[in-house]
Design a protein. Structure first.
Length: 145
């Protein structure tokens, strides 16, 4: 399963990518985010591995993030592992003017266990909507800065 899109943010590219890169700000726009712990490497560098902790109601979720390619302020790519699924996330920040940036994104789920696969069949667009919600929340957060 793969999807892509873009969102325009009314702030300079450098500020957008700076806020995007700061793991201490994830709680500002990702629902349920608790913390991010560096496991290996240097934060944000290619090959760095981190654990990301989330809480949704009574459920805890732990993702392992591996930075594949960090070319900020232009682009970022990471691989995310969860016990039930793996995905690749690619994003680009495109200069549209002094105070306008287009955030282009692509999500690809490369492995899903039975339950997440069934959920994607029964509720098409569920994963896409969650990703797009976080992007809208990121836009709102950045534009308040």
């Amino acid at each position: 399963m793969k999807y892509s899109g873009s969102i325009e943010i009314n702030k300079p590219k450098e500020l957008v990518s700076q806020l995007f890169a700061d793991p201490n700000l994830l709680h500002e726009y990702q629902d349920g985010f608790i913390r991010k712990e560096l496991v290996k490497g240097k934060e944000g560098e290619n090959g760095a591995v981190s654990k990301m902790y989330y809480k949704y109601g009574k459920h805890d979720m732990i993702l392992t993030e591996t930075v594949v390619s960090n070319n900020l302020p232009d682009s970022f790519e990471a691989f995310y592992h969860h016990k039930h699924m793996d995905n690749i996330w690619k994003c680009k920040f495109v200069y549209l003017g002094i105070n306008k940036t287009r955030y282009e994104y692509e999500f690809e789920y490369v492995r899903m266990s039975f339950i997440p696969k069934l959920m994607s069949f029964l509720i098409p667009g569920m994963y896409r909507r969650q990703g797009e919600k976080w992007l809208r929340q990121f836009k709102e957060f950045v534009e308040k800065q």
